[in-house]
Design a protein around this ligand. Structure first.
Ligand SMILES: Cc1cc2nc3c(=O)[nH]c(=O)nc-3n(C[C@H](O)[C@H](O)[C@H](O)COP(=O)(O)OP(=O)(O)OC[C@H]3O[C@@H](n4cnc5c(N)ncnc54)[C@H](O)[C@@H]3O)c2cc1C
Length: 321
């Protein structure tokens, strides 16, 4: 539990809870929120039960001042910068349930030995991220983050000018292939369901010199260190490529928001208002778990915005009119 007591003037009038804020998830969003809340003298417990989404990637690109830093190093630095804030504690434990009680939340946390414990908090921030669902093709999972990429804003510069491919369903492959073609003049679109590729999509791809491959992909061949060498089609033909971009489906890393009855978007993201507040009062969300562009620096920014919003709500509760 966070080491310091709440300063007297911040003592809540509401039911006393173990902490002011429980932050679930210690990726860019959760740690950024913890930093802002720590600077607000709030008692914060950050709980994290695994690795961040970009763990398979060699580097976080496009994060101002940290461009090219290893994902684990970015988080190490973030945690290091939290050490002066002794009202913030981070525990490597997974949250298995959250209950909304009158004026507070109760979290069930999995212990190292498998035994659960409970913690109460006035507010909860969900910063639990998403999980990518890769196409069931041999090599996709093994090369994910190096030879198989998800986003040209994160990785396009590293593979600029090289032979690239884009793989996916007709509905999504066109837009992604057109986008990737801004980074390289040699792009091949491998279409999972070519029957659905419209004449207009074909024309737009051709206009940008993007070749279309309609035969099923059998597997990806790459190096032990994760670089892509070839896309192998069912016919046995091999297409040499440096990287393939895929538009992976994704789902919430935890069902906590759904279990609490929060509103989700049609794409399964946790709906939030402009202040990162979910449809359940007192429960906030930030980072990949919410709708919109998914980037580490944006997740960090959302975490900070959520923290400010939480602190302002707590302040209003503590300073009644
Ligand atoms: C392969 C790959 C490469 C990427 N490269 C880049 C890049 O170069 N630049 C860039 O800006 N973005 C990149 N991204 C996107 C970036 O990873 C995400 O935008 C960013 O990680 C989102 O941060 P987050 O804090 O929302 O979620 P995450 O970083 O995923 O963190 C969520 C955390 O919550 C924890 N958690 C989940 N459920 C629970 C639970 N029940 N209890 C406790 N803890 C829980 C998870 O273990 C995880 O540590 C990449 C993504 C992928 C997949």
């Amino acid at each position: 539990m966070p080491a310091t007591r709440t300063p007297r003037h911040l003592a809540p009038r509401r039911p006393i809870t173990d902490v002011d804020v429980a932050v679930i998830g210690a990726g860019a969003a959760g740690l950024s929120a913890a930093l802002t809340l720590g600077r607000c003298l709030r008692r914060v417990l950050v709980l994290d039960g695994g690795v961040p989404r970009n763990a398979p990637s060699p580097a976080v690109q496009g994060f101002l001042t940290r461009d090219g830093t290893r994902p684990a190093e970015l988080l190490r630095l973030s945690r290091e910068q939290l050490t002066p804030y002794d009202s913030v504690e981070i525990q490597a434990r997974r949250v298995t349930a959250v209950e909304a009680l009158a004026g507070q939340f109760r979290l069930t946390i999995e212990g190292e030995t498998g035994r659960s414990s409970r913690v109460t908090a006035r507010k909860v921030l969900l910063a639990t991220g998403v999980e990518d669902e890769l196409p069931p093709i041999d090599g996709m999972r093994e090369l994910w983050g190096r030879g198989v990429l998800h986003c040209p804003y994160c990785h396009g510069w590293e593979v600029r000018g090289q032979p690239l491919a884009v793989y996916g369903r007709a509905k999504l492959v066109t837009g992604l292939a057109l986008l990737v073609s801004r980074w390289s003049p040699d792009v091949v679109a491998c279409v999972e369901d070519p029957a659905y590729l419209t004449a207009n999509a074909r024309r737009r791809l051709r206009q940008q010199n993007i070749r279309i491959r309609e035969e099923p992909v059998a597997r990806l061949e790459g190096t032990k260190s994760g670089e892509l060498r070839h896309i192998v089609f069912e016919s046995g033909e091999k297409l040499a490529r440096t990287a393939v971009f895929v538009h992976a489906h994704q789902h919430q890393r935890t069902p906590l928001a759904e279990q609490l009855g929060c509103r989700l978007t049609s794409k399964g993201a946790v709906w939030v208002d402009k202040k990162q507040q979910t449809s359940l009062p007192g429960l906030y969300a930030a980072g990949d778990t919410t709708p919109g562009t998914q980037q580490a620096i944006l997740a960090a920014a959302e975490g900070s915005a959520a923290a400010i919003s939480i602190n302002e709500t707590l302040t209003r509760e503590e300073c009644p009119k």
